[in-house]
Design a protein around this ligand. Structure first.
Ligand SMILES: Nc1nc2c(ncn2[C@@H]2O[C@H](COP(=O)(O)OP(=O)(O)OP(=O)(O)O)[C@@H](O)[C@H]2O)c(=O)[nH]1
Length: 480
């Protein structure tokens, strides 16, 4: 009984604990998911937007300068006069470079194919030289200008963004390509900033997926190298759109988030990459706190359930053992208590007496004063009995208005004097039954138990004596 009660409490505890763990884990996964969504749908695209708008801002001024140069009458006149004074063009380019603080200024003439630069005439461009492909691309372009990112002809180490502006005369004849070059410094400082501040890698890849620019300091992209296959697979899904976000699981339990944005001016993809390692630290901390709280809450619930069930089961046990009206034990319990009492009296070799008591003419009390008044009298009688008997003695409510005593360490003479006292007390008591009082008497039959005698045998003898007492006038007792 106790074991199954404990098992029930334990089962409730386990169910509550499992419920709490399930709730904690669910909220953990949702929180983690929302962190991931936040990274891939907001943070990375925002970084990408910042960099792209920086690129556009950076390109605006050089494009304007190149446009001015392409429409400058000096350039047109100088060209039409047959490029007689190369120094004039070199000086013009030098002035532009100084005035606008660009890193290069150039003009390539269509008629001579000469490459004029602020530092002099560098070379003659040729269709067969791959390094000069940009010129022919600009020449055949339908747009006024083409942006090209390349190493500088004047400084091969330096990555430069060239604004190649087509020079067209008034009658629409193509005269050559003019423009300025700018460094990727600002974009580079953004790449540095995102790396230092957020640990994000920012780099550019071309349409084939090859890394074209990853900052002046050539950021460490070894993680990309070691997970090449995954990156390539991610890239293949990214190039289908101008802008997209993907993520994949890399070894060591890391998640890689990638955002790509096509930069039409460069014909490159800008990639913002973040490897998750610690992003969800707070979520994980929250999970641990949740789990600890779940454990504490489960323990509290366990203790509460245990306390409540113990209270109820004690109450139920009491109800099963004791008579509600009088507080005396009931018939079912008597048997067990009797076995204990007789075992103890045999062991100690002490006398044990049994008394049967019945209230005289009790029916009249009910008839005259009502059933509730009868109840009050019965409980009043029981109270008097309890006050008179010892703690070790057993009082059992044997029937409606019948009681049975088992008096430990009590022989017939001691029992006789006790019953006499009881008879007198009952007779002298006026039981309060609301507006009036009731006086009653009781009759009793008592017997001393023989060793190894059964309860029914002893009861039968006491009952016979009670019957005799009733028959012989009531308010008395008989023993035998
Ligand atoms: N109020 C109340 N009455 C009870 C209860 N149990 C039994 N009785 C009543 O007690 C009365 C017992 O009546 P009887 O057995 O005829 O005997 P009596 O009137 O006491 O007369 P004698 O025993 O012959 O002296 C019956 O009327 C029962 O209804 C109880 O719990 N409460």
């Amino acid at each position: 009984m106790i074991v199954s009660k404990r098992l029930n409490v334990l089962a409730i505890g386990i169910i509550v604990l499992l419920g709490c763990i399930a709730t904690s884990l669910t909220s953990y996964f949702f929180a983690k998911q929302s962190v991931y969504e936040h990274v891939s749908e907001q943070i990375l695209p925002l970084s990408s937007d910042n960099i792209y708008s920086e690129i556009q801002r950076d390109l605006l001024q050089p494009t304007l300068i190149s446009s001015l140069m392409a429409h400058d009458s000096f350039v047109h006149d100088w060209y039409l006069e047959g490029e007689k004074t190369p120094d004039q063009m070199v000086n013009y380019l030098k002035n532009i470079q100084t005035k606008y603080d660009t890193i290069t200024a150039f003009f390539v003439s269509e008629q001579t194919r000469k490459y004029y630069h602020s530092s002099g005439v560098l070379k003659t461009v040729s269709e067969s030289d791959v390094h000069d492909a940009w010129y022919f691309e600009a020449k055949s372009s339908s747009l006024p200008n083409v942006i090209n990112i390349d190493s500088d002809t004047a400084d091969a180490e330096r990555i430069t963004v060239f604004v190649n502006y087509r020079v067209i005369d008034n009658s629409g004849v193509f005269l050559g390509v003019i423009g300025v070059g700018l460094s990727m410094n600002l974009v580079d400082s953004l790449i540095e900033y995102f790396d230092a501040r957020y640990g994000r890698n920012v780099y550019f890849i071309d349409r084939s997926g090859e890394v074209m620019f990853n900052g002046a300091h050539q950021h460490d992209l070894s993680f990309r190298e070691t997970n090449k296959a995954s990156f390539e697979q991610a890239f293949s899904s990214m190039v289908t759109a101008d802008s997209s976000s993907v993520s994949f699981n890399a070894p060591q339990g890391k998640t890689v988030f990638l955002n790509s944005r096509y930069i039409p001016e460069f014909n490159w993809y800008l990639i913002v990459e973040q490897v998750e390692d610690g992003d969800t630290e707070e979520v994980e901390r929250a999970l641990i706190i949740n789990l600890v709280l779940s454990g504490v809450v489960s323990l509290c619930i366990l203790a509460f359930v245990h306390w409540v069930t113990r209270g109820y089961s004690n109450k139920l046990e009491r109800m099963a053992r004791y008579d509600h009206l009088t507080g005396a034990v009931n018939r079912q319990t008597l048997d067990v208590l009797f076995q204990k009492a007789i075992g103890s009296s045999n062991k100690k070799q002490e006398a044990l007496s049994l008394v049967l008591i019945d209230i005289d003419h009790f029916k009249k009390v009910n008839d005259n004063f009502g059933h509730q008044a009868g109840d009050k009298v019965i409980s009043g009688v029981a109270r008097i009995m309890k006050n008179l008997l010892h703690k070790e003695d057993i009082i059992c409510r044997w029937g409606g208005e019948e009681f049975l005593f088992i008096l430990s360490n009590t022989d017939k003479s001691k029992a006789t004097s006790l019953i006499k006292t009881l008879l007198n007390r009952i007779e002298d008591t006026k039981f309060d039954v609301g507006e009036s009082t009731v006086s009653i008497t009781i009759s009793a039959g008592l017997t001393q138990l023989n060793t190894d005698e059964s309860l029914p045998q002893a009861i039968a003898r006491a009952d016979a004596r009670l019957y005799q007492a009733k028959k012989e006038g009531r308010n008395t007792f008989r023993s035998g």
